[in-house]
Design a protein around this ligand. Structure first.
Ligand code: ADP
Length: 169
């Protein structure tokens, strides 16, 4: 692998949100990432509390206001989430592409949000709920580094080679 290619190998945090877990979609969602040659290097389940939610969504209230923050916090604490650290070439942007836009009704078919969820932002907000969009994924390199650090200790992350890496495919 060239140095340039190596520098594009990234790690990113993905959460399968409580709606994904409640609907039994973890396996299907994980398969989407694995078939794109993204490697699972860390995984755990966690039931988020108010303090941890605040740390994870540190800028959400400032960015989208307290109403959206409160709805999202309540939503994220309604059940356990599955946290994953995925590694691969351009992993951060690739995962966001596979996940699709924030609002499921605007997410194209073929994306996780577009295929498995359909509720519009308006429909969710009308019933006082956060947009149920199944997955969280880090937005950029800085966010990915912070989030991986928040969710995983160093010894919970693993280095190993997949067959795809061995055969460079
Ligand atoms: P993304 O998860 O796509 O990166 P954001 O970071 O902007 O999106 O928002 C975090 C989460 O907050 C979203 O995934 C969604 O669950 C919820 N959310 C965002 N905007 C709204 C909104 N206008 N109304 C209700 N919930 C929202």
């Amino acid at each position: 692998m060239t140095e340039e290619t190596q520098s594009q190998i990234e790690r990113t945090l993905v959460l399968l949100k409580p709606d994904a877990m409640a609907r039994g979609l973890a396996g299907q969602i994980l398969a989407r990432f694995e078939t794109t040659a993204l490697k699972v290097v860390g995984t755990k389940m966690k039931w988020m509390d108010a303090e941890f939610t605040r740390k994870h969504y540190a800028d959400l209230e400032e960015r989208l206001g307290s109403e959206v923050y409160n709805m999202t916090a309540t939503f994220m604490q309604q059940g356990p989430v599955m946290a994953l650290v995925l590694e691969g070439y351009d992993a951060i942007a690739t995962v966001r592409k596979i996940v699709g836009s924030t609002y499921p009704d605007q997410a194209p078919a073929g994306t996780i949000r577009g295929d498995f969820s359909h509720m519009s932002r308006g429909a969710s907000v009308a019933v006082g709920k956060a947009v149920a969009n199944l997955v969280h994924a880090s937005g950029n390199r800085e966010e990915a580094a912070q989030e991986v650090d928040l969710w995983f200790a160093k010894d919970e992350l693993f280095d190993y080679k997949t067959l795809a890496e061995t055969y460079n495919c």
